[in-house]
Design a protein around this ligand. Structure first.
Ligand code: TIU
Length: 223
């Protein structure tokens, strides 16, 4: 699979080079997706995110079977919170907040149960996990170095949430020269209107940040 294949997408077809493409799964963590996690505690409807689990699971299994690169990210902080800006800790005035003890351990702290990836999409030992302190997967991480060393130039991006960590990562990737394809059934927002707007912002202006498609279009090629 060194040649390219066209994937049907908006605003126009995406030229997919499988060997130069990584599947980047953003923050499919228990704290965001499970009832009783950080997201639910803030009053969010986790069902809006949970609908992405099954399409991601199917895509991941086909992607793995094709022998292609998978990278997972997790948002979270050191247990001493020295990488947590005070502004992020206190914003929203929620009690408890990041670093405090919640129902699934300390909220968004590395090593705690709620910080980990949901069992349905659990990484295999050979799949890199990027632990990121911010919303974007490139900020304060070694993601760019890893992708460059593996000659990756394209990213198929899935995960949560569409307008926060997915959009921030797509924008960071653009500025570093990557082509990004976002799969709308595999990304989710707690807010339906932000799901729509977040995807529109990517594909507007003839793909100002990249392309939008659905997992079925990728499976049609790999499956
Ligand atoms: N992963 C991610 O999007 N982190 C967030 O904090 N998202 C929210 O929508 N809050």
């Amino acid at each position: 699979m060194n040649n390219s294949v066209m994937i049907e997408a908006e605003p126009y077809s995406f030229e997919f080079f499988p060997k130069q493409c990584a599947l980047l799964i953003i923050d499919m963590q228990r704290d965001f997706l499970e009832g009783g996690g950080f997201g639910a505690m803030l009053g969010n409807d986790v069902a809006q995110l949970r609908r992405t689990i099954e399409p991601n699971r199917t895509l991941l299994s086909i992607w793995r079977a094709a022998g292609l690169l998978v990278i997972h990210t997790r948002e979270g902080h050191r247990s001493d919170l020295r990488d947590l800006p005070l502004s992020k800790k206190i914003r929203g005035q929620s009690r408890p907040c990041i670093g405090d003890v919640g129902p699934m351990g300390r909220i968004l702290v590395r090593g705690e149960p709620g910080h980990d990836i949901i069992p349905e999409l659990y990484p295999l030992p050979n799949e890199s996990i990027i632990d990121k302190p911010g919303k974007g997967a490139f900020y304060a991480t070694d993601l760019h170095v890893i992708l460059q060393n593996l000659n990756i130039t394209q990213l198929i991006i899935t995960g949560v949430t569409t307008e926060v960590c997915v959009n921030t990562t797509v924008r960071e990737a653009n500025d570093r020269g990557y082509d990004c394809l976002v799969l709308e059934d595999c990304v989710g927002s707690y807010f339906p209107e932000f799901q729509t707007a977040g995807l529109n912002m990517i594909k507007a202006q003839k793909g100002i940040f990249g392309w939008v498609s659905r997992s079925a279009k990728v499976l049609a090629i790999l499956g």
